[in-house]
Write a protein that binds this ligand. Structure first.
Ligand code: PA5
Length: 441
């Protein structure tokens, strides 16, 4: 597809031998023939699993509702503070940072996604509350971090020289469409509301109002974001699954993890704007696939641990491990072909600088790309499994395609592992214990 270039390395990935000697390419063909229409199988689960995210790229009504509210709010406010955590924040942050460029910046968007006192102090100092709006996002409507942070920030907003109606007009609550504490509060206090659709889970919600509203406010073309996602989604409907990159990525991960000695999957991200897409992916993959029990009742617990590294910086801290440490990691090189305001290196004329002459006149984007290729080739030469995803240009449509690619790949991988990829039973226990501590003390 034009919006993304995806390449699976031949020698080190497709020809890599799984336990028992079967090359990965052969195992992929076998998996394809054994489970020949996994997408239909996914659709069969629509009544049982929250699969509404599959339809979001085509859901114009949410986009229109979010854009209208964003435009209305933007007439009074220049900044937006989002209170949310996990699936209610990571996607928004990832897209915002991918598209907030130095020469054509988006409107300021702050995200309170922690209860770290220093993050809150920094937010209090940095955001301009006199011209800010608040968007509190919580599907459950009662998450500790989100609600604590939101009421703290609301109090600061209330200390501005605004009457009650003006304050209420600056708050948007994005939450469950019908129930929960936050929905009730919004009703009582006259805040605008947006839905987190009941059939869309947190980590799959970036293209729901959870992400669409703050991104529209910031100035992202959400229509293009959805268009890119829809193009990726169309591949699942129109291509044989073995040609669909989302299926391919899922199958590569599944086979290498279950039969190829791979226990970690690393996104090696070249280009800082893309870095937070790595954090978004980490949650998506980890919370969706690591399940103690399979759907058939058998033991699960298998899924490659998602990791993120930042090129070129981490070349200088992690590459030794990647090259000569355990061969238990799959490497995905994630980058873009061009960068805004790319400029060049100009060396002063000086005989002493001759050893650096190869840098002279090179654009920084060229240097980044050369480092990315150099690191990839070295890993390939060391026999490490590698694939690449390149955004030909960093725009909302390509980012939308990238998001949908990984959401689909995660859903396919869930079916391959035989687990429910749409719940997260393992995160509840720590929340209960935390609450007990706070109620007792
Ligand atoms: O993916 C998930 O379900 C989680 O990361 C949630 O999004 C996160 O815990 C926040 O939950 P809520 O939106 O209910 O506040």
């Amino acid at each position: 597809m034009d919006l993304l270039k995806i390449k699976l390395d031949q020698a080190c990935l497709l020809e890599r031998e799984l336990i028992g000697g079967q090359p990965l390419a052969e195992a992929l063909a076998q998996l394809d023939s054994e489970q020949s229409d996994l997408f239909s199988e996914l659709l069969d689960h629509q009544d049982e699993w929250p699969l509404g995210w599959l339809h979001l790229p085509e859901h114009d009504a949410y986009a229109a509702q979010c854009q209208e509210l964003a435009d209305r709010l933007a007439a009074q406010c220049e900044e937006l503070i989002v209170c949310g955590i996990g699936g209610s924040a990571l996607g928004t942050q990832a897209v915002y940072h991918a598209l907030d460029w130095p020469v054509t910046p988006l409107k300021p968007l702050w995200v309170q996604d922690n209860i770290d006192p220093s993050q809150l102090a920094w937010l209090r100092e940095s955001a301009d509350f006199s011209r800010a709006a608040l968007n509190v996002i919580s599907k459950s409507g009662g998450t500790l971090e989100t609600m604590a942070g939101f009421f703290h920030l609301l109090e600061i907003l209330e200390s501005e020289d605004l009457d009650d109606a003006e304050i209420a007009a600056r708050v948007v609550a994005t939450t469950d469409p019908s129930g929960g504490l936050l929905r009730q509060l919004a009703r009582d206090r006259g805040w605008a509301t947006l839905p987190v659709p009941a059939d869309v889970g947190g980590r799959f919600s970036v293209l729901a109002p959870v992400g669409l509203f703050p991104l529209a406010f910031a100035g992202v073309d959400i229509g293009e974001l959805l268009r890119g996602a829809a193009e990726m989604q169309a591949l699942a409907y129109n291509l044989p699954q073995r040609e669909n990159p989302a299926w391919q990525l899922a199958a590569v991960h599944y086979l290498l993890n279950t039969r190829g000695g791979i226990s970690e999957t690393l996104h090696y991200i070249y280009g800082d704007p893309l870095a937070q897409l790595g954090d978004w992916f980490r949650q998506l993959w980890a919370e969706s696939l690591a399940k103690a029990t399979r759907l058939d009742g058998g033991p699960g617990g298998q899924c490659a641990t998602p990791l993120v590294a930042r090129g070129t910086t981490d070349q200088h801290s992690q590459n030794q491990l990647y090259m000569e440490g355990p061969d238990n990691r799959l490497y995905g090189f994630i980058t873009a072909d061009s960068w805004e305001a790319d400029t060049g290196v100009i060396l002063p004329e000086d005989e002493a600088l001759k050893p650096l002459a190869y840098l002279d006149g090179r654009r920084f984007g060229e240097l980044l790309s050369a480092c990315c290729r150099g690191t990839r080739d070295a890993l390939v030469a060391a026999g490490r499994p590698v694939y690449e995803i390149t955004l030909p240009s960093l725009n909302p449509a390509s980012v939308g395609a990238y998001l949908q690619l990984w959401m689909l790949a995660t859903a396919y991988a869930g079916l391959m592992y035989g687990v429910n990829a749409f719940n997260q039973p393992g995160v509840e226990h720590s929340k209960q214990i935390t609450r007990q501590y706070l109620e007792q003390d």
